[in-house]
Design a protein around this ligand. Structure first.
Ligand code: FAD
Length: 56
């Protein structure tokens, strides 16, 4: 969940497997934060961001 590196106009909200309904509220909070503020204070958001794959 989050912006893929080098794609400033894209926010991914996927990869929830079989828990996407349960995780919709927290996912929406992260996406709304990224859209309105460009960052989020949601705990653990960095650990599920697409950048974790490129940042190592
Ligand atoms: C069998 C099964 C059981 C599940 N059980 C649970 C559960 O118990 N609890 C839970 O929390 N989660 C569960 N999930 C997961 C949950 O259903 C999904 O994570 C959630 O529905 C994802 O929501 P979404 O809105 O991101 O995507 P989706 O619900 O997949 O919605 C995407 C929508 O976009 C539409 N679409 C696609 N391409 C286009 C296009 N080009 N143009 C226009 N529209 C398009 C699709 O038709 C669809 O309506 C289950 C999933 C499955 C498959």
């Amino acid at each position: 969940v989050g912006r893929p590196p080098d794609w400033e106009n894209v926010i991914i909200a996927s990869g929830h497997y079989r828990n996407g309904i349960m995780l919709a509220p927290i996912t929406a909070q992260i996406v709304a934060d990224l859209v309105t503020r460009g960052t989020t204070d949601v705990a653990g958001a960095e650990e599920i961001a697409p950048s974790r794959l490129s940042d190592g």
